[in-house]
Design a protein around this ligand. Structure first.
Ligand code: ATP
Length: 583
């Protein structure tokens, strides 16, 4: 049973609930046998005239009473079964969704590099639903039916072992067919699940890229990746159904051959005078009904194989090591040091594909430091390493002398605020989107941050002001408005380190002035790291770090770097010249 717990990745509570569900389901199955036993008794009584005996109406009334009691017991058992099986399985699925989401939050970013959003959504929604289905519809029924089959088999064997053998001899063969086909079914299931994931990914990409598709005049059929993925999914679904169908139908046919065998053996025993007519007829009635639980087992087993693919994916997610560290250690100084840092996104070949190479540089506290360099030189990567989105491969990143690797990522994050070019907004009110910066903030603090970030100007125009719902990722707001919300968040968080990544890159001049004013409020007295392409915006920075191909090439302030006549001066000159261009 403990294997089952690991296989389904159950919590302790989920596991004990499952055991209760199995017991409840077994009791229901046994209770369901009662009306059947009463029917057989009534049937036997009614057949008595055939044997020259009289029907006893007292017994008949007694059996009728037993039938009513059996009905009530079945109802009670079913109700209990429903509660124990379904309610608890939904609860467990909810718990596992929460724990998957929690786990995802703590996973290192390299995990996400190899997964796409669809796969993770599938992990949280579909795979947890699978657990729900396996817990509510498969495992309890499988176990309960196995118990009922064994019990019925034992009872029939006590009554007449030869007839029992005739009834049950096809059962092991049909199970053998299903279990023997497990490998093929697993392979088909995995391919089907893969095709489904690919199709979901393509649908998502299609919806996300709908603007480009419209702009390029593509329609669904021309979007061949989606078309192919949907076709593949259909093909794999048919293959899987066909593969499973062949084995299940074959196993059921072999099983049903037991009916013929029972009739043959029964008639043979009757003609030899080794069994009486009434017990024989009773066996005939039983044999029609007895295969029900076996057929259920034969169809549930392939379902279990299919769901194995989902639990396998969940296991991979739940067993990936998470980023850990000290949750208490306090940082008191805010200078950031890179000491001989090398880093690669490619975990398999970090040396060859290093994005940051032997970087040793200091970022002073309470000052503005700009990271500049050609596109792809590693500016954003440096900010990600400071925030420990990724761990370095060599050397260390220290904040106030503390290696960030030793700090719990969430604890570390409490010391930082980010303002990115791509602002993520949630489908919630403007007010709540700002409050995300600090969930403990009072309404006054939230409003003060919003005002300082110049949000008032556009929020007052919205139908419900700060209570306006933003819709999916705030699609109704402009780039500048979204940016101001993210600045308000950063203001509210009031963290000692601020990372600004291309914060004003895509804004028009009017918006840029507003954002610059808002940003200047955020960065007052903080350790600020700015990543900017437009060098004129960072000319006033206290320190400028110039990178090229992941290496430090120059550092100093604007004036020193201009005198150096190195990469910075070259980039600055080119940008100044381009300002005079027109189209
Ligand atoms: N998640 C990732 N997985 C793999 N490679 C990545 C990832 N993010 C960035 N890279 C690669 O790392 C290199 C440095 O990227 P980074 O984003 O740090 O550069 P950047 O200087 O900020 O560029 P830009 O100025 O164009 O934004 C690039 O070659 C990029 O392709």
């Amino acid at each position: 049973m403990h294997k089952l717990k690991d296989f389904l990745m159950l919590t302790d509570k989920g596991y004990s609930d499952l055991k209760r569900a199995i017991t409840a389901c077994t009791i229901t199955n046994l209770a369901l046998m009662l009306p059947f036993a009463v029917t057989i008794q009534i049937f036997t009584e009614l057949l008595k005239p055939l044997m020259g005996q009289e029907i006893s109406w007292t017994r008949m009334w007694f059996f009728l009473g037993c039938g009513i009691v059996a009905g009530i017991l079945v109802f009670i058992a079913n109700k209990n079964d429903y509660k124990k099986t379904y309610v608890t399985s939904y609860l467990e699925a909810e718990n596992s969704r929460i724990s998957v989401a929690e786990r995802i939050r703590k996973l290192p970013m390299n995990f996400f590099n190899s997964k796409d959003l669809t796969e993770l959504t599938t992990n949280i929604m579909a795979d947890c639903s699978t657990t729900e289905h396996v817990l509510s519809h498969i495992i309890p029924q499988l176990c309960a039916n196995a118990v009922s089959i064994t019990l019925i088999c034992a009872m029939l064997a006590i009554f007449d072992w030869r007839m029992a053998l005739a009834v049950f001899c096809t059962v092991p063969i049909s199970f053998f067919i299903i279990l023997g086909s497990k490998k093929i079914q697993n392979m088909l299931s995995e391919k089907h699940v893969e095709a489904k994931l690919k199709a979901s990914g393509q649908v998502q990409e299609y919806l996300e890229g709908i603007k480009v598709i419209k702009a390029c005049g593509l329609d669904g059929s021309k979007f061949s990746a989606l078309d192919n993925a949907l076709r593949l999914m259909k093909k794999m679904a048919i293959k899987m159904e066909f593969g499973t169908g062949i084995f299940v139908t074959g196993a059921q046919m072999i099983l049903q051959a037991g009916v013929g065998l029972t009739v043959f053996v029964g008639v043979h025993l009757l003609t030899n005078g080794e069994i009486e007519l009434i017990p024989l007829l009773m066996f005939f009635v039983i044999v029609v009904r007895i295969y029900g639980p076996v057929i259920v087992e034969l169809t549930l087993l392939p379902e279990l194989f299919y769901h194995r693919a989902a639990t396998k994916r969940m296991r991979a997610l739940m067993t990936t090591p998470i980023m850990e560290g000290d949750t208490e250690k306090q940082i008191t100084r805010w200078n950031i040091d890179f000491e001989n840092v090398s880093f690669s996104y490619n975990t398999r070949n970090p040396r060859e594909d290093a994005v940051i190479k032997n970087l040793t540089v200091s970022i002073p506290s309470d000052a503005i430091t700009a990271l500049v360099g050609p596109s792809g030189c590693g500016k954003s990567t440096i900010s990600r390493l400071i925030a420990r989105f990724w761990d370095v491969n060599q050397g260390c990143v220290k904040i106030g002398g503390v290696d960030v690797k030793t700090l719990d990522p969430e604890h570390l994050m409490s010391y930082m605020s980010f303002v990115f070019q791509d602002v993520i907004l949630f489908n919630d009110t403007v007010y709540n989107n700002i409050r995300i910066g600090n969930m403990d903030a009072t309404e006054e603090q939230v409003m003060a941050a919003a005002r300082a970030a110049r949000c008032d100007e556009f929020v007052n125009e919205l139908p419900d002001g700060y209570q306006t719902m933003l819709g999916e990722n705030g699609s109704t707001l402009s780039g500048g408005e979204r940016q101001r919300i993210s600045i308000a968040r950063a203001l509210l968080k009031n963290a000692p380190i601020i990372l600004l990544d291309e914060a004003t890159a895509s804004l028009d001049p009017e918006n840029e002035v507003l954002i610059q004013q808002a940003i200047s409020k955020v960065i007052e007295g903080k350790t600020v790291i700015v990543i900017a392409h437009r060098l004129r915006t960072i000319a006033g920075a206290d320190k400028i770090i110039v990178l090229d191909e992941g290496m430090l090439v120059e550092e100093g302030n604007h004036d020193t770097l201009m005198k150096n006549k190195g990469l910075y001066e070259k980039m600055y000159r080119i940008q100044q010249e381009s300002l005079g261009w027109s189209v």
